[in-house]
Design a protein around this ligand. Sequence first.
Ligand code: NAP
Length: 491
Amino acid sequence: MSVSTITAAAERSVLQQVPKQLYIGGEWRDGAKGTLAVEDPATGESLCEVADASESDAKAALDAAVESAETWRAHPPRERGEILRRAFDAITAREDELALLMTLEMGKPVKESRAEVAYGAEFLRWFSEQAVRIEGRYAISPNGKGRLLTMKQPVGPCLLITPWNFPLAMGTRKIGPALAAGCTVVVKPAQQTPLSMLMLARILEESGLPGGVLNLITASSSGEASAPLIADPRLRKLSFTGSTQVGRSLMAQASEHLLRLSMELGGNAPFVVFEDADLDAAVEGAMIAKMRNIGEACTAANRFHVAEPVARRFAQRLAERMGSMKVGRGTEDGVEVGPLIDAQQRTKVSELVQDAVGKGARALVGGHAREGTGYFYEPTVLGDVPDDADLLKQEIFGPVAPVKAFAGEDEAIAAANDTEYGLVAYLYTRDLNRALRVSEHLQTGMVGLNQGMVSNAAAPFGGIKQSGFGREGGPEGIEEYLESKYVAVSL
Ligand code: NAP
């Protein structure tokens, strides 16, 4: 389906295919609290209603995950992997409809949704291959007398909570390794974007996943649905992707049972450009790091620190590129910037820009919300941003690029690290020694070296400081769902 052939009928058809109930114990059922509406952020209109889970629905989902835990962990790893691989194939074959669905609920242009479908599916393929590579160790004790046997075992039933900004990939990044490791799960997607995950549950069901292994609840009150599960000692792990604020509150709840945690939280990524960088490549990378996902990515470049001699040129070129982007509904031809997720997010972005301009920043392009329906905000570049501007400290989560000049390498590193967050940093330089030196000093879990995107299913994605802990993807990803058990052997 090309973008020009997306019709209202195609939209209706794709929405009709989505199961809109809770998926518990292999059955689709209504929510005890009725339904909740899913909105199109480009129009503000309701797309459809999905089931609204109560506390007892959530408990039923955990009951199902607990009941299935023993049989799933005993399921041959090869077969676990083959189910994931079949789901990868099915998602790939249905890329068009999944991409359209994602655009409808989240707003990003269809081309970007396609990229997320491919990226999201890749976690299922990667972990289908990791399922058969879960290994332990056999070692000789240092005194030579005993043997040390280390085995890896699934942690047990997991609760997986995901955000709205990557409606599919944030799910597969957890579901892939959890199922590959032999864990059963309860998944709770964001209420703004449950449709992609509901389709994923249907695809996994059709790919042969036994009932009860994956359970999916959608809920208008996340706290009400998740708190009783976190308080239940049968739950063995919580993997959360979302804001640092909610992450902290979940961590406090989880402390009661010392629940094992993975926390993929907010970011405030610096994008550092040295004077020796290839400026064309840096602008290209900046466009990706800033504008992918309408700026609504945890990895979005939040601050541009550019060496003084090239700062003005960089800002002007970025402003030209961002100013020429077509803003509109993600289903329209040629659109590169969709709406923000909701009115609250647009207000937050507007306020951050007003604060910076009020303190002396100059808007080189944009600087305003777009009038009319939908939650659109103009691509914006700000120059001469003062140190006390709030958007240097907070996650913007929108298409706004503040540019600041720096005088030398030490100043660049200090500016980049001047944040409580530590997810990712981007670095542009042609000097290899500087690239490695600065990468070592950046206080982040990931560095994009001369590239504006780091996401890759085969790499360990995650942060430090207030961006959380734990890694998703790569060989590390499955370890989050495995325990090491040591058996002391006497010969
Ligand atoms: P959020 O408000 O923290 O919500 C994330 C998820 O938590 C949603 O499913 C939400 O459900 C649920 N939730 C909210 N309050 C809860 C509570 N009291 N108890 C249990 N669950 C609760 O974050 P968001 O606005 O959806 O996502 C944006 C944030 O995610 C940004 O900060 C971004 O940086 C971060 N993020 C991080 C990564 C990473 O890998 N580090 C990746 C993507 C996004 P409702 O929808 O019902 O509120």
